[in-house]
Ligand binder design. Structure first.
Ligand SMILES: Nc1ncnc2c1ncn2[C@@H]1O[C@H](COP(=O)(O)OP(=O)(O)OP(=O)(O)O)[C@@H](O)[C@H]1O
Length: 393
């Protein structure tokens, strides 16, 4: 274990490599501007388990103070990547750079990263305060500083009144707050969180999401958070990194990846999307135009090869009369499934949009307002700028 040394701000850092984000200037200062906000950089990280490629060529710069979420379906490689960041596992190839230093093989206990897991992993025989002060004891922080830091962090997570309780006397949500306090108390450079909310019920999870955001703002620590829940990722993060089959598909701000997905996978993983395959697509001046039956549909973007046009349900409208100035397709209603916020329509289009079946999701209020009927011919329309051009996979 590493020796702790008090810093002027009263925080504690593990070893020489700690606090790198605040002092990151690589030797020679060649790329100082960029390095000063990249706290940890993964360069072409791959990980094989035997013949199985769990991660392939992952490159991403983790920015100081950001809330980065690793999002992807089960088995996409999120935890493997987090474990490599933490130092619990090493890549088969590629490297990790922190403040200009290659830290790929630096042991976990020398990284000064905090870690919160799905299972709370608390010491059952220690009180809440005992659990939270544990990392400070390990770092040989003097007792008075320890008590002050523990009191401070318990206050931040709202557990002051529970300091003397044992973990089993607490609810799941409270236990996860203890785990969070324990991971934050030593002022880690980065806090790594592996599905920390997934064992909690929906209401508690939503409460803790708000708490996590507040704590992130208050501590200004870099958070790297793993989840397979797209709404959690969009709600919490400053940036989302979307994984699929061990590859990093896209990284960006929540609104950017949601509204401008780079692939059909990302579009569908982040939310519902209505898809219109386009025939004979062509692009000019940042606009793609292609045929859907005998309708010409347009959207911002570029097309090289086969594409589909995607539209989020919230941008769709339904009308009996043909709308003007919009992208629109005409179809006959075959079936309706009500889902609360949205309605899934089974449609049959003939003539105008070609002879085919369609399933489209539209806002429920759109359905109620127009009180369209089964067997009726309707128009489904959207603003051209809401179309998302996606490569046909
Ligand atoms: N030690 C290991 N040996 C062999 N295969 C492994 C090992 N660790 C992970 N894998 C495999 O690598 C793939 C990625 O696993 P990983 O746990 O990173 O996925 P994940 O995206 O975090 O999924 P989940 O959300 O289910 O935790 C999986 O197919 C898994 O079976």
């Amino acid at each position: 274990m590493t020796a702790a040394r008090p810093r002027r701000d009263g925080n504690f850092a593990g070893n020489k490599s700690a606090g790198i984000g605040s002092q990151a200037t690589p030797a020679g200062g060649v790329d100082a501007g960029r390095a000063s906000h990249i706290q940890l950089e993964a360069i072409a990280i791959s990980r094989r388990f035997g013949d199985f490629q769990a991660l392939e060529d992952i490159s991403i710069g983790i920015e100081k103070g950001e809330f980065l979420t690793l999002l992807g379906p089960s088995g996409s490689g999120k935890s493997t990547f987090l474990n490599i960041l933490a130092g619990f596992d090493a890549p088969s190839s590629g490297k990790l750079v922190q403040g200009g230093e290659d830290v790929t093989h630096r042991p976990a206990e020398q990284r000064n990263f905090g870690m919160v897991f799905q299972g709370y992993a608390l010491f059952p025989h220690l009180t809440v305060a005992g659990n939270v002060s544990f990392p400070l004891r390990v770092r040989k922080v003097p007792s008075a500083d320890r008590s002050r830091r523990v009191a401070q962090v318990l206050e931040s997570v709202g557990l002051t009144a529970h300091a003397d309780k044992l973990p089993r006397q607490l609810s799941g949500g409270q236990q996860q707050r203890v785990a969070l306090a324990r991971a934050l108390v030593f002022s880690p450079d980065i806090l790594l969180l592996d599905e920390p909310l997934s064992a909690l019920d929906k209401t508690l999870r939503e409460q803790l999401q708000i708490e996590l955001q507040r704590i992130h703002r208050e501590f200004r620590t870099t958070f790297v958070f793993v989840t397979h829940d797209q709404s959690e990722a969009l709600a919490l993060s400053s940036r989302v990194a979307i994984f699929n089959h061990g590859r990093l598909m896209q990284v960006g701000k929540p609104a950017d990846v949601y509204t401008r997905p780079g692939s059909r996978f990302v579009a569908e993983f982040l939310g519902q999307v209505n898809l219109f395959p386009l025939g004979e697509p062509g692009s000019a001046g940042g606009i793609v135009a292609g045929r859907f039956g005998d309708r010409l549909l347009t959207a911002p973007g570029h097309a090289a090869g086969p594409v589909v046009l995607g539209v989020r349900p919230e941008h769709m409208s339904l009308s009996v009369a043909e709308p003007s100035g919009l992208n629109a397709v005409q179809a006959v209603i075959d079936g309706v499934a009500y889902h609360g916020a949205t309605v899934l329509l089974s449609l049959h289009s003939s003539g105008g949009a070609g002879d085919r079946s369609l399933s489209l999701t539209i806002p429920a209020e759109m359905w109620a307002r127009d009180s369209a009927q089964w067997g009726q011919s309707v128009w489904l329309a959207w603003q051209p700028e809401h179309g998302m051009i996606l490569p046909r996979e």
